[in-house]
Design a protein around this ligand. Structure first.
Ligand SMILES: *Cc1c(COP(=O)(O)O)cnc(C)c1O
Length: 398
């Protein structure tokens, strides 16, 4: 698809045509595990990758490929490969390239599961992991310059929406000969395209905004063809393959990605402005706030500031316990990026794997509430928060 086509048009059309069958206008869900061949030479040529086609579902599947193609076009990548979950995309990507003795530099605020890979699993394979203060670009540059095989970033981060300057850090990474990887889940390809800012690989938990309906798990990695081929090979052998039904739900969800994200960004900005006026709210974290310490970087590299925000409340966990059950139009759940507004404390969602001490070290207050804005009408969401705050004020006198 041509470069000057807008993202929203790509979200609807990209990646599908090649996979349509029998005149259908929608990509079919191909559940077949294996693909049969009468011609032994054909079979052989497909098997060794000399000819296009499918052999076995752990390797490739037409529905899954249509999903990969759509993401590839939206991220402006040469290639993409997909996974059963976002964490599989992350762990398989790291495992493809890291060997004992390597050094990986990242930030303290990565997604909780990613953080666990860094603190629990990589060190026991003799891989050195250095986690820098998120947003401290000088520290990251210094650590990268000391030697770095992979520079791993996530921006905005979960749950305090800190920002890393992708272009600046990609340069630092490449100067050190590192592979630069960005988890783009929070921004979505609608708001941010890290490949155009110089990184090598972009990862998404497709479970979140790409799918958008909290009904399918998936992950995807995009980038240069030679890199994606290596990651694909690791995944086809190790087996964290995306399910065809999940791929279909992702494809269907992504057709409205631009519309959903547009509304989610608008809702996030308006909810932020409302929360700022509430006395019970101690702090609001949203990269669209001009007072956000890394706002200027966000403005430079993002088209809009995303659907994720967080805020902390006076009275900590006790306030959270009273406030959240009162919300009528919000799921109290661990996911994000869905059409419904979703709320949860970091201690039970993004950073449930961490101890309170680890969370404190990451600057995540126990009374922090993460909000993934949905696509509802914002007036109703604000009214909902208003009545919940009123209830808490009378119940707890805070
Ligand atoms: C959810 C999430 C992941 C992990 O994705 P799963 O699909 O749950 O495995 C990784 N990174 C970020 C930023 C996420 O929000």
């Amino acid at each position: 698809m041509k470069k000057d086509i807008q993202q929203g048009t790509k979200a609807v059309w990209a990646g599908e045509k090649e996979y349509l069958a029998h005149g259908a206008t929608q990509v079919p869900v191909v559940l077949s595990v294996a693909y049969g061949y009468d011609d032994m030479d054909d079979w052989y040529n497909v098997a060794i990758g000399k000819k296009k086609g499918h052999i076995y579902g752990r390797n490739t599947n037409p529905t899954v490929q249509a999903f990969e193609d759509k993401v590839k076009v939206l991220e402006g990548a040469e290639a993409a490969t997909s996974f059963s979950t976002g964490m599989a995309a992350i762990s398989n990507t790291l495992a493809t390239f890291l060997v004992p003795g390597d050094r990986i530099v990242s930030i303290k605020d990565t997604y909780g599961g990613t953080n666990k890979i860094f603190t629990e699993f990589l060190p026991r394979q003799q891989i050195e992991v250095v986690l820098c203060e998120t947003g401290n670009h000088e520290q990251i540059e210094t650590e990268v310059a000391k030697g770095c095989n992979i520079l791993y970033l996530e921006t905005p981060t979960n749950p305090t929406v800190k920002i890393s300057d992708i272009e600046r850090l990609a340069k630092a990474g490449h100067n050190a000969g590192a592979l630069v990887v960005v988890d783009n889940t929070f921004a979505t390809p609608i708001n941010q395209n890290p490949l155009s800012l110089g990184v090598d690989l972009v990862i998404h938990s497709a479970t979140k905004f790409l799918g958008g309906h909290a009904d399918a798990l998936g992950g995807v990695v995009c980038g240069r063809e030679d890199l994606i081929e290596k990651i694909y090979h690791y995944r086809e052998i190790n087996g964290a393959t995306m399910d065809p039904m999940a791929a279909y739900l992702m494809l269907r969800g992504m057709k409205t990605l631009h519309l959903r994200v547009r509304q989610q960004c608008k809702n996030a900005m308006e909810l932020t402005n409302y929360l700022k006026t509430k006395e019970i709210v101690e702090g609001v974290y949203y990269p669209g706030l001009e007072t956000h310490p890394l706002h200027e970087i966000a403005k430079k590299q993002m088209k809009d500031f995303g659907g994720m925000l967080s805020f902390s409340v006076k009275g900590g966990v006790d306030t959270v316990r009273h406030l959240l059950p009162k919300l009528q139009f919000a799921n109290r759940a661990a996911n994000l990026g869905a059409v419904e507004t979703t709320v949860g404390p970091a201690r039970t969602t993004s950073h449930v794997e961490c101890t309170p001490e680890e969370r404190a070290a990451m600057g995540i207050p126990e009374g922090l509430i993460r909000v993934s804005c949905g696509i509802e009408e914002i007036e109703d969401i604000i009214a909902d928060f208003e009545q919940a705050f009123n209830y808490v004020r009378s119940a707890l006198e805070v």
